[in-house]
Design a protein around this ligand. Structure first.
Ligand SMILES: Nc1ncnc2c1ncn2[C@@H]1O[C@H](COP(=O)(O)OP(=O)(O)O)[C@@H](O)[C@H]1O
Ligand SMILES: [Mg+2]
Length: 475
């Protein structure tokens, strides 16, 4: 018998989403390629569900609509290979569903109709073959076996009821932290701003021309739609109990940091975060909470299960943002790929903002080594760490996720310098006034260090953490 899959990927005992998805993609591509290969191996289609058998029920109950189908499976496949194939096909969806539950403790079974368990024989072949051969007597009374693959094999990857209940208990535990709305970080009051009309204007192009990064094809702020669609379609028909919908499972693409030198060598570094490897985490948020909106985005408080930006902060408080446009005065959220494109463009700006601030601090360090320390305190300010979060369990919604600017430690959310004027705003609070002036100084350094190509505007945020920058290019 030809081997089913020469190198059936070997997964670790409790694989993460990325690992499981890579194995799944490998297996899928392998079988897709078999569709066109010649050879006389008889093949069949299999359909598989994650399921359990409830007491007093005649049929298995599918779990969370976790389902996959596969063509071109050799009819003589043995139980062990078939079970592993089914497990690999369903695993990415299972991992999304269990939200961190340790799958190495789960004893899956492979079952067919009527919940009959398939158990390996020696030799381990023909696990399902008998369902595809019809035995007929020909006119001379001889029996013939005819192969027919008109109908797919229906299989279940089974979970026993105690395990299923333990997984549900794990969800309850995860869902509990947000039961009390008061625990959420409060949002600061609404701010507004006038923004340049050319919001999507490709500001990076003139900037790069100016910097004479020859050979560079130019920046684009729009990510590759196909890649994003792929990320969005990783899960089929997600179904979250509509009940609270305060907890969702996310794939998170973290925006990388880059020094000015790295950015100039690789100007596309921030333009498509989905090119990086995502992490996987659970974020709690309350869809009933009133979001705070600026002119372009609405922002909600949330909390992640693990610290998403451990290099910047151990905090698990996050801000979830989505872009909207106005239709007859009403805010209409961008949907699907448009939302992702919008957020990628915002993340690109944040990435550039962060690097341009770094440029200023590097400049100050160099100057200090020549001129000595200035006789006053220099504010320490930086842009928030951020990423693109794609929900795996709630209609594949996309959010920008960033560090929460907590008014308790960061003071009220303020706008230090507007987009339409280089003049820092006047503040009553001395700590705000010093920062507004410092940020104005930053603009000068940025203008100077980029040979007049660009600087950051629309400085806003807290005492240390900034967000939502704009870039003024070719000023
Ligand atoms: N990281 C954050 N933490 C807390 N609140 C935030 C954060 N980012 C934004 N906000 C609040 O949400 C509002 C809208 O977000 P912002 O990114 O400024 O969107 P816009 O593009 O519409 O100006 C801000 O004015 C501020 O009040
Ligand atoms: Mg804003």
């Amino acid at each position: 018998m030809a081997p089913l899959f020469p190198q059936l990927p070997v997964l670790s005992s409790n694989p993460g989403y990325t690992e499981a998805h890579a194995a799944y993609a490998l297996v899928r591509n392998y079988y897709a390629s078999k569709a066109f290969s010649s050879g006389n191996t008889q093949t069949v289609s299999v359909q598989c569900w994650l399921a359990r058998m409830e007491a007093k029920k005649a049929k298995p109950t599918p779990i969370h609509d976790i389902y996959m189908a596969m063509n071109n499976v050799p009819v003589n496949i043995g139980v062990r290979d078939l079970k592993e194939l089914v497990r690999i096909l369903l695993l990415p969806q299972i991992i999304s569903w269990v939200r961190g539950y340790d799958l190495s403790t789960v004893d899956f079974t492979l079952r067919k109709e009527h919940w009959i368990e398939l158990v390996a024989q020696h030799p381990d072949v023909n696990a399902i073959a008998e369902d595809f051969f019809v035995t007929k007597a020909n006119p001379r009374g001889l029996q013939t076996r005819t192969f027919s693959n008109k109908h797919p094999a229906k299989l279940y990857l089974g979970i026993d009821n105690p395990t299923y209940n333990t997984i549900l208990a794990h969800f309850d535990e995860l869902d509990s932290p947000l039961v009390d709305d008061d625990e959420e970080p409060p949002m600061s009051s609404r701010t507004s701003r006038t923004k340049v009309s050319s919001y999507y204007a490709n500001w990076a192009e003139p900037l790069l021309t100016h910097l004479q990064t020859s050979g560079n094809p130019g920046l684009t702020t729009s990510p590759e739609a196909a890649h994003i669609k792929n990320a969005l379609m990783l899960q089929v028909q997600p179904k979250l109990k509509a009940a609270k919908s305060v907890c969702s499972d996310f794939l998170i693409y973290i925006l990388p940091g880059a020094s000015w030198k790295t950015l100039i060598q690789n100007p596309r570094i921030f333009s498509d975060v989905t090119k990086g490897l995502p992490t996987h985490d659970v974020i709690f948020y309350n869809t009933k909470a009133q979001p705070v909106s600026g002119g372009f985005k609405s922002a909600l408080p949330g909390r992640s299960k693990n610290a998403l930006f451990p290099d910047s902060s151990p905090s698990k408080a996050v801000c979830l943002k989505q872009g909207f446009h106005l239709q007859s005065g009403d805010k209409v959220m961008y949907e699907g790929v448009s939302q992702v494109k919008f957020l990628c463009s915002e993340l690109n700006l944040l990435g550039w903002g962060d690097t341009m601030m770094d440029l200023v601090y590097v400049f100050m360090e160099r100057s200090e080594s020549e001129l000595g320390r200035p006789p006053f305190e220099i504010p320490v300010m930086r842009f928030v760490s951020a990423g693109l979060a794609i929900s795996q369990s709630n209609q594949q919604e996309a959010f920008m996720v960033e560090e929460w600017i907590d008014p308790e430690t960061q003071g009220p959310f303020v706008k230090y310098i507007h987009n339409n004027s280089g003049r820092p705003r006047d503040f009553e609070r001395a700590d705000h006034q010093i920062r507004a002036e410092f940020l104005s100084f930053c603009q000068h350094v940025q203008y100077f260090k980029t040979n007049g190509a660009a600087y950051i505007s629309d400085f806003q945020g807290g005492l240390e953490l900034l967000t939502d920058p704009q870039i003024i290019s070719d000023p």
